[in-house]
Design a protein around this ligand. Sequence first.
Ligand SMILES: [Zn+2]
Length: 197
Amino acid sequence: MTTGGKHPRSDAVEPTRGPGTASRVSASHPSWRWLRSTRELQEQAFHVDFDEYKRDPDALADSIVWNHTALVVELSEFLGEVGWKTWSTPRGWVNRDAAVGELVDAAHFLANILVRLDVTDDEWERRYRDKQEVNRKRQANGYDARIGKCPGCGRAYDDAGVDCVDQRVSVGASDASVGPVTEIVRSAWCAVKRQAY
Ligand SMILES: [Zn+2]
C-alpha cells in the first residue's frame, strides 16, 4: 500500500468541522485525557447536561442515535480518502492528512457515546487492554468463529459482559491419545434468553 495520494479530489475536506469537533486541548499536554476532555468539551462548549441522561432515557437514546449516525458518516468520509474500491484503479492510495482527520472526527463521536455511558479513561484503557489480551489468546489458540460462542445469543463466551456459559461436562478420559471424552449433557446456557441449548 502506498500513501501520498494521487486521488483527484473534487471536494476539500475540512477535518475539524462539525459539532463536537472543536477541541482546543493539546494531545501533547501531559494531563490530557481523551474521555475526560471530551466530557469537558461537551459540558462547556455544547452545554450538555449529563445528569439529564440519567433522568430522561429518551434523551439518552436520542443522543446515542445521533452520535452513532455521525460516527458512521465520519467513517464513511474516511473511506472517501482511501483507494479501497476493488473495481477501481489505482487502489491503495491514501490522502493521509484528510483520512486521519476523518478518523479524528469519528473518534469525537465515539467518545461522545462513551462519556454518555459514563465510561472513564481508566475503564476504557482497562477494557481495551483486556480485549487485546483476549484477541492475543484467540489467535494463539487458533480462533474459530464457529466455536466458543453462545448458540442462544451468538456472543463469544470470552467477551466482556457475557454471562452465557458453555456447560459441556467432561466425563473422564477413556483414551489418552484423544484426550478427555466430553459428553454434552447440556451444551450451553444463554444468560440473555435464559434457556439451555
Ligand atoms: Zn447467550
